[in-house]
Design a protein around this ligand. Structure first.
Ligand SMILES: *Cc1c(COP(=O)(O)O)cnc(C)c1O
Length: 395
């Protein structure tokens, strides 16, 4: 399997068949497993082998298939599937940190990630320094001998800053810190985060991996040592494991993720190019545009692919942004992303509402900013719909 290309791994990676030799992956919707004898039960609790299971919170054949498939795709030694993206983020950080440790994090993050780093870790005596993730000198200056972890979104939500994984990893590794990358916006299709220097890669599977807005899930990828030695004991005893049903949804999502994400990214680029320079827009932010602040890095790190999300800063603040959202006929107003349905979000009043105004301003989350997750609808239909909604925003 290791010499297969990505698309083949996405369809066949991790497949385990039952005695019936089914074609499509089976859902093992069971919380437990029967032992043939008391001796076997004892032995399994002493050491659980590759294809042996005890309890669904510890592991399950359907969940294991998902973990193996995504690990093969990413070129990671191992993976652990979690109940949601936030279970993955909080589990990865909490499992490896203790009071007195220091963490350096980019400040442009998803709202719940900010809560975990600032409120949760702070409460347990972990000190976190926030930096501008695009400023390598700031990363360097923030490192300390006691820095244990570095955390950032490789492409930030919702302003789509792109962070240099190789350069930040080099800086972090000089002090022996573990590099954890929330890689949702870069997507498993375009990212090579592990070969670029990330030690731990985290996905909310809720986004592109499901890709059809059905189920919550997350996954943490890394070395066997980190996943089985550090993360798994924490996750299996604190309860954030993925359900077998959700793992099955995610497995089937992986089969089509390459086709979906490439089509969505192509549409996103066409939409961004069509809108760039529109007189009603302060800014059109899309990492695949040459005008993007990190365009050169996007070429190097993501092969020039800008992902499936773009952000529009509409002139006229909140009123104009709301008029835009309310005028959309195809895209729905919601807060997921990576879905087959296009989804428009007003971060300032929803996903990032909790942040103080000065922090929103500092992060570029203006009142006119709309995040647009591009779905699988016809590109020209989407362009026409967005264009009429931009016109309506100024009426
Ligand atoms: C959605 C998201 C998460 C959280 O994932 P859930 O599955 O909703 O828990 C974390 N990080 C980023 C960048 C996200 O977009």
């Amino acid at each position: 399997m290791s010499d297969w290309n990505k698309r083949t791994k996405l369809v066949h990676g991790g497949t385990r068949r039952s005695q019936y030799n089914e074609v499509s992956e089976a859902i093992f919707l069971t919380q437990g497993f029967v032992y043939e004898s008391a001796e076997q039960a004892e032995a399994r609790f002493i050491e659980t082998g590759e294809d042996e299971f005890i309890y669904a919170r510890y592991g399950n054949p359907t969940v294991a298939m998902f973990e193996e498939r995504i690990a093969a795709l990413e070129g990671a030694e191992d993976a652990f599937a979690t109940a949601s993206g936030m279970a993955a983020v909080s589990g990865a950080l909490t499992s490896m940190l203790k009071a007195g440790d220091h963490v350096v994090s980019a400040k442009a993050l998803f709202g719940s990630c900010i809560y975990v780093l600032q409120d949760v870790l702070g409460r347990y005596g972990v000190e976190v320094t926030f930096v501008d993730g695009t400023d390598l000198a700031a990363w360097k200056a923030a490192m300390r001998p006691d820095t244990k972890a570095v955390f950032f979104e490789s492409m930030s939500n919702p302003t789509l800053e792109v962070i240099n994984i190789t350069a930040v990893a080099q800086i972090a590794h000089e002090v022996g810190a573990t590099v954890l990358v929330d890689n949702v916006f870069s997507t498993p299709v375009f990212s090579e985060a592990i070969s670029q220097g990330a030690d731990v890669v985290i996905y909310s599977a809720t986004k592109h991996i499901d890709g059809q807005g059905r189920a919550l899930g997350g996954v943490v990828l890394g070395t066997k040592d980190f996943i089985r030695g550090t993360l798994e004991p924490y996750m299996k005893h604190t309860g954030g494991s993925m359900s077998p049903f959700n793992a099955w949804v995610m497995l089937k999502g992986l089969e089509t993720i390459d086709l979906r994400v490439r089509a969505q990214a192509e549409s996103a680029l066409a939409i961004a190019a069509a809108l760039e320079g529109h007189s009603a827009l302060e800014r059109t932010i899309y990492p695949g545009l040459d005008s993007h602040a990190q365009a050169a890095l996007v070429k190097k790190q993501l092969g020039g692919r800008g992902g499936t999300v773009l952000s529009l800063d509409i002139k006229g603040g909140r009123e104009a942004a709301f008029k835009f959202l309310n005028a959309l006929k195809i895209a729905v107003i919601s807060n997921n992303l990576g879905d087959a349905k296009s989804i428009a979000t007003h971060p300032a009043t929803t996903t990032h509402q909790r942040l103080p105004d000065d922090v929103k301003t500092d992060l570029g989350i203006t009142l006119g900013l709309v995040r647009f997750s591009v779905g699988l609808e016809d590109t020209n239909d989407l362009i026409a719909d967005i264009q009429q909604a931009v016109e309506a925003s100024q009426a």
